[in-house]
Design a protein. Structure first.
Ligand SMILES: *[C@@H]1O[C@H](CO)[C@@H](O)[C@H](O)[C@H]1NC(C)=O
Ligand SMILES: *[C@@H]1O[C@H](CO)[C@@H](O)[C@H](O)[C@H]1NC(C)=O
Ligand SMILES: *[C@@H]1O[C@H](CO)[C@@H](O)[C@H](O)[C@H]1NC(C)=O
Ligand SMILES: *[C@@H]1O[C@H](CO)[C@@H](O)[C@H](O)[C@H]1NC(C)=O
Length: 872
């Protein structure tokens, strides 16, 4: 065949940001087209990029685009020199096998990865011979989901250069008729207004976006590297009958059901709000803001309940109350007083929420339970399975549970499973300035129940996707696809039975006819798309042979229809002698790259270099990728200063064994380790709100211990200095207590105290303690309005035999690269290392720095347990 098949690893992708930095004009993208066709809400988008290498030497050319998370990639090809290189969708195992072979040949690799809230990125590259051209073509498919009364198609344009022939064309075709079309998004600005044309004609609509090269350089979020932003095309369809649209073709059907002219059903909604310590700061403020807005929107015939919880539960009222003006006023007061405090007892809180709803059944109403949490259960019942089974039993299918996971410290899969087990969904709330709007936006989706207990019936249909739904909300849509037995359209009879307010209602296809004009094979793909999505959800709820069966079914469909799903990978084949790659679909539980990274692209080589230097502390040289292992590039993404305190769970099954870090513990604290010659810092985590031996010096009977907070990376709550048996200094953020024998004196203000051989000098944000030649400074830091301590040893007691975390020698280590993968070798041996970040708290104004994360036992001279004490 004359082709080599090779794969990328995770780090290869990390490389790519810094590679292929072109000199001006040596290559160009002479054409970049995005073509999206939407038929019956199913969008097929093709991105075609044509690139010419105008140099006298070969050049590595990169293709790098963003696609919606909800989409499946279904085709990728490269065309070069009369040859076509098609990506092939394979099972993970097959891809893994090829991957392993590639790695053993010393080749590099990469994966698709989430970016921002809604997108993931696909990238690949190929070496193009002198004066040759290459065409990249990527196809992806998605079923647009109706929320807030509209469908949205998001198109991301970031060709990496200004392009002479840039075109984005969207064609929407809806048999039912299009009620409106709007163009929004970051690129829909004044500067680009005349580049966008929108045509709307009853059943069809077109959006064309043809910006000139000048416009591509000068719009907001554009620069020398061209455009970097999205267009969002929002539309809705006409709905004249309650039954909705049903389309058939080639033995398949799809039914869109979204009646809107129904009366709303009064609801009973209970909010269960986490106010554990980790909600502190902006999160709790935004939650309060969102709840206040939500309370304003409750209708008088709605009933509601409000619970806040940490390890204890606080009720607004112990029962469901009507949304009267008086009750709402009381609830507002309750909301304003929600303060962050202790740990997280999710089990007790959700059970209590379910109890409140169960205690007050109201005929003709719709009950909804909403949990908002930002962390794992840390108190009460903490076992995930036990919580899930308790909750399932308490809810017993009577109402849906929606789980909102705030930030990335939540185990999203746990919430997802718990919601799916109870007819709900889990949603991620991104920690950002608009978190309150995200919360309110989610509430709005479920704010207006129109139907409950919906059963979709298709006589003459088979292989149906999900047909039972607990509630239907205004602005959303129920979609069912399936096969028609023997393609017998005559017998095929769809019907919907549901409860509207207090009565049973039936919808049938009064028109008696179905639209069978949809183009070939499309409905079958929609059916496959929906089936795979639902099987993947179902799989999450099962175990053992049942899970395997569902997994197999989803896998077979993915392979048959060529979808890159979480179960498959796309192997991109390249010309002989070049590294090829596999592409995987990332899971929602992975933390995406901050979108801001993409919003503000680094414009130049120098900027990128400075960027790397700013957090690695070393200067970097960026060479174009040549096939030799890169020292620098793998550092780029992981060193990115995101506010991330957990390990990125790259558990998409590939290559997992490389990331065998301990499972995420509820509380961990990151420590930076000094290294010999100030090489790239090492860091390690201590798990638990434990008491740490900071400095012990038996020679002078000096013992200093610190109590770590029960909040992740929350620093020390108190630091206690003992001298002998009856002299103690306790330092807390707000005060110092001095105990000599039975006498205790508290100091809360600036003070300079000499006591025995000690001098304690307390000024605003630091306390300095000297004892002979030992000098310790305890800094007070503040994060999200919470104060905590951090000790810095300025001078070690000169007499030897000190031990403790503050008395450690600088560590010497060596980095060992294996392919794109890094290991670190210390005196304790060799271990996997991960690029991460830590906040350097040893200085007055903490900064986030890049560091190489390794297990504590490889940093410390003795086992970690030797550095812990039982009593402060
Ligand atoms: C976009 O794709 C559709 C479907 O493949 C095709 O019919 C149409 O001609 C394409 N439009 C453009 C502008 O290339
Ligand atoms: C449902 O949404 C439609 C369209 O936005 C609106 O006209 C209608 O009044 C809503 N129904 C209820 C009960 O709020
Ligand atoms: C769907 O609901 C109907 C009627 O409520 C019930 O008979 C049927 O068993 C349900 N199907 C599934 C798959 O749960
Ligand atoms: C009934 O269906 C036919 C064929 O799809 C369509 O032309 C007609 O407009 C529909 N009538 C109504 C009242 O929806």
């Amino acid at each position: 065949m004359g082709r080599a098949s090779v794969l990328l690893t995770v780090f290869g992708l990390l490389l790519a940001l810094t590679v292929s930095l072109p000199n001006k004009d040596d290559w160009d993208i002479y054409s970049f087209h995005i073509n999206s066709t939407v038929t019956s809400r199913y969008a097929t988008t093709v991105i075609t990029s044509r690139v010419a290498n105008r140099m006298n030497e070969p050049k590595e050319i990169e293709f790098h685009v963003q696609i919606p998370k909800n989409a499946f990639i279904s085709r990728f090809r490269m065309m070069m020199d009369g040859q076509v290189y098609d990506g092939v969708v394979k099972t993970k195992e097959q891809a893994q096998e090829q991957y392993t072979r590639a790695v053993s040949r010393g080749e590099s690799a990469g994966i698709v990865r989430s970016v921002g809230r809604t997108m993931e990125e696909f990238k690949t590259s190929v070496t193009v011979a002198a004066h040759k051209k290459v065409t990249f073509e990527l196809t992806y498919e998605e079923l647009l989901k109706r929320t807030h009364g509209k469908y949205e198609l998001q198109i991301y344009a970031r060709p990496m250069k200004p392009v002479e022939d840039f075109k984005a064309d969207v064609h929407i075709h809806e048999k039912a008729g299009i009620s409106f079309v709007d163009v929004k998004g970051g690129l829909s600005t004044k500067a680009l207004a005349n580049a966008i044309t929108k045509t709307h004609a009853d059943k069809q609509a077109w959006v064309h976006f043809y910006p000139t090269v000048d416009q591509q350089k000068n719009c907001d979020s554009c620069g020398e590297e061209g455009m970097n932003g999205d267009l969002v095309i929002a539309y809705d369809v006409n709905r004249d009958n309650g039954f909705g649209d049903i389309k058939t073709s080639d033995g398949y059907f799809i039914h869109h059901f979204a009646p809107s002219s129904l009366p709303r059903i009064p609801k009973n909604v209970v909010f269960v709000i986490d106010r554990s310590g980790s909600m502190r700061g902006r999160k709790i403020t935004q939650t309060r803001t969102a709840l206040l807005r939500i309370l304003n929107d409750l209708a008088e015939d709605d009933f509601f309940g409000l619970i806040s919880f940490d390890r204890e539960i606080i009720h607004f009222k112990r029962e469901l109350v009507q949304a009267t003006a008086l009750n709402l006023e009381g609830a507002r007061g309750f909301v304003r007083n929600i303060e962050d405090r202790g740990s997280t007892d999710i089990n007790a809180a959700v059970l209590e929420g379910a109890h409140i709803l169960n205690e007050h059944p109201r005929e003709g109403s719709a009950s909804i339970l909403i949990l908002l949490t930002d962390g794992d259960p840390t108190s009460g019942v903490t076992n995930f399975d036990t919580i899930q089974s308790n909750v399932k039993q308490a809810i017993a299918g009577k109402f849906p549970l929606y789980c909102l996971g705030f930030g990335f410290d939540v185990k999203f899969e746990f919430l997802e499973k718990m919601s799916l087990q109870n007819n709900g969904v889990a949603r991620r709330i991104y920690e950002d300035s608009d978190a309150d709007l995200q919360l309110k936006g989610f509430y709005d989706e479920v704010a207006t129940p129109l139907l409950t207990d919906i059963t979709m019936i298709y006589v003459g249909g088979t292989n149906l996707t999900k047909t039972n739904f607990s509630q239907y909300y205004n602005g959303s849509e129920i979609v069912v696809a399936g096969e028609i037995i023997d393609n017998n359209v005559e017998i095929f009879t769809p019907q919907v039975v549901a409860i509207s307010s207090k009565q049973k209602v039936t919808f049938s296809n009064t028109n008696g006819s179905v639209d069978s004009s949809v183009s070939d094979g499309l409905l079958q793909r929609v059916w496959a798309y929906l089936t795979v999505k639902q099987l993947l959800e179902k799989e999450l709820l099962l175990s053992g042979p049942e899970k395997e069966k569902v997994n197999k079914e989803a896998l077979e469909l993915s392979l048959t229809y060529g979808f890159v799903t979480p179960l498959t990978s796309m192997v991109v084949t390249k010309p002989e002698g070049e590294s090829s790659e596999t592409h995987h679909k990332p899971k929602e539980r992975e933390e995406p790259l901050p979108q801001s990274y993409h919003r503000s692209p680094m414009r130049s080589y120098d900027q990128r270099r400075r960027f790397i230097k700013s957090f690695s502390g070393r200067s970097a040289s960026l060479r174009p990728r040549t096939g030799t292992p890169f020292e620098w590039k793998p550092f780029v993404y992981d060193g990115f200063p995101t506010r991330r305190y957990s390990y990125p769970p790259l558990d998409d099954g590939f290559p997992t064994r490389r990331y065998s870090y301990p499972p995420l513990a509820p509380v961990s604290h990151r420590f930076l380790m000094k290294t010999v010659n100030d090489t790239y810092p090492l860091c390690f985590d201590i798990v638990g709100a434990v008491i740490v031996k900071l400095l012990h010096h038996p020679g002078t009977e000096l013992y200093i211990n610190g109590v770590l907070d029960s909040i992740k990376n929350g620093g020390f709550k108190e630091i206690v200095i003992h001298v002998g048996a009856d002299f103690h200094i306790k330092v807390e953020p707000e005060r110092i207590s001095l105990q000599q024998g039975q006498n205790i004196t508290h100091y809360t203000r600036a003070e300079n105290v000499t006591a025995g051989r000690f001098t304690v000098n307390r000024i605003k944000k630091q306390t300095e303690v000297t004892d002979g030649d030992m000098r310790l400074v305890i800094l007070v830091h503040e994060k999200h309005g919470r104060k905590f301590l951090w000790p810095v040893l300025r001078k070690l007691p000169s007499a030897g035999d000190t031990e403790g975390l503050l008395a450690l020698n600088h560590v010497q280590y060596e980095e060992v690269h294996q392919d794109a993968h890094t290991k670190v070798k210390t005196a304790k041996g060799e271990t996997d290392a991960q690029r991460s970040t830590a906040v350097d708290l040893r200085i007055r104004r903490p900064v986030e720095v890049g560091c190489c994360l390794i297990p504590a036992d490889f940093v410390l001279p003795r086992p970690l347990t030797d550095f812990l004490v039982a009593h402060v």
